[in-house]
Design a protein around this ligand. Structure first.
Ligand code: S3P
Length: 178
């Protein structure tokens, strides 16, 4: 499984979909699957049950997805921060960090208002703190790709180049079709 990690607004879902299409493999969005399993939105989950309950569900759902059909998976920004989840991803997948700078994230996150962690505070400050906390951990990913204002296609091209160059996919993306 190719697993996209990175902060909110880094483009995991959009790039993930395109990468899956390029490789002709299934795409799955972990946030969507968590919502489906819980029968409610992430926003409601945070509000009604709290973040800890969401994290529990997120961990379970990602573990299940990693055991399912291989393909491309986009994860929520906090998923890779969980040690157990991170270990499972490293064991059964190739992790790809979509790295973006603060300005890009602020601009992209400003287009949506359904992210619980970005509510009720200064978005720029929150994202800056999350960069400090999370970037050292995201840096453990197998592949790091900088995303900025370039077209999605360019980001997918970069990932494909990294996959082709890496030892971890010697057998080629055909592995993902099993
Ligand atoms: C979160 C990111 C969100 C979602 C939840 C928490 C995080 O996903 O999982 O709101 O902790 O960074 P996206 O990164 O897809 O926005």
């Amino acid at each position: 499984m190719l697993v996209l990690v990175g902060l909110m607004g880094s483009g995991k879902t959009t790039i993930g979909r395109r990468l899956a299409a390029r490789l002709d493999v299934p795409f799955v969005d972990a946030d969507d699957e968590v919502e489906r399993a819980a029968g409610c939105s992430i926003e409601d989950m945070f509000e009604v049950h709290g973040e800890a309950a969401f994290r529990e569900g997120e961990m379970r759902v990602i573990a299940r997805l990693l055991e399912g059909q291989p393909g491309v998976m986009a994860t929520g920004g906090g998923a890779f921060m969980n040690e157990e989840t991170r270990e499972k991803i490293m064991e059964s997948g190739i992790s790809i960090w979509l790295r973006a700078d603060l300005d890009v994230l602020v601009r992209r996150c400003g287009r949506r208002d359904d992210r619980p962690l970005l509510k009720g505070g200064d978005m720029r400050e929150t994202l800056e703190n999350l960069i400090d906390q999370r970037y050292p951990i995201y840096g453990k990913a197998n592949i790091i790709v900088d995303t900025g204002d370039m077209p999605h296609r360019t980001v997918v091209d970069k990932i494909m180049d990294e996959l082709a160059a890496g030892d971890f996919i010697l057998a080629g993306p055909a592995d993902l079709h099993e």
